[in-house]
Design a protein around this ligand. Sequence first.
Ligand SMILES: [Zn+2]
Length: 338
Amino acid sequence: MTADAFFAAEPSVRSSWRLAILMGANSRTYKFALGDALLEHARHGHTEIPLSELAVPYAMSLVKHAATAPQAPEGTSIGTTDFLALAAAEREETRKLGRPTDLLLEAAVKSMPAMVMQKFHNLRGGREVPHRFYEMAGSPRQRIVRLTPELLQVAQSEQAAGLRAELGARWSIVESSFAAGIGRALIEEGVAVDWSTLQLTDKRRRRPVTGVADALIGFQYGRCLICDDVLDLADAVAVDHVFPYALMQRYASVGGWSGPDLDVLWNLAPAHEACNSAKSDRLPRPNELERLARRNEAIMGSPHPLRKTLSIALRQTNSGMRDASWPDFLLEVQKCCS
Ligand SMILES: [Zn+2]
């Protein structure tokens, strides 16, 4: 699914935000740090802030993340003038102070305009997301960031906490792919689900990556896959097997389940706990399958590392079908149920 199709299916300011966070290309993680800093200021109703103030949460979150995970692909050369190199050098002092050192803050203010502020709204192919979340003003010496009403709307909406969780999940997944090295773990082996914690686990490194619901919910427009209403991550959230897991057990007595593994990402979807328990082991309805196909297509259309995990599933179970689409794939799975 293209960025256009993702937006067209639910044209809203929130979808624009999700395009920027979920569908934009990333060779580093600066965009997530900026997104988080923007949400933080907008949550407090700020409309005009000096860049030097926006740079504080930006630098702090990068320092915090860089302490535990790489912020650029393995093998990327980080030169001595690189912001990440400086963040590493200033990490200890920043941690002690509880705020960025003067040197780090100065470097953030200097590098942010070209490195991330001008790119935040960009999509691949030289296009931009449909809404703008800030404008730059002021002089190069005294830059001002004007937060738009659209950003305030996003940051103060009832889904705001969920959007921050999505951003955090996307950040973790990108870091995890950087750590594993593109082309290895997340691509060849994919991620597994730890059902005791509902976390995605990097199979090769055997480490939790992020919550399953946080990782997937943005591609479902923050909605429950079963009832299609907004799913507040603060509510009781379940991860539904869209094709019930019980199918694999039920068929075991009659020669085995002939369909694909149902305990993997393509078949898992965040849902209200109440919707999930009411659904129990029934087969998915056509509108649920439609939403699942659209959700999986959205992930496949993003530069999200999880798309690799999905394309493995699509390929493995469709050896005879080249370029199978998600609706075709789900139809095939349905045939195995009859
Ligand atoms: Zn629901």
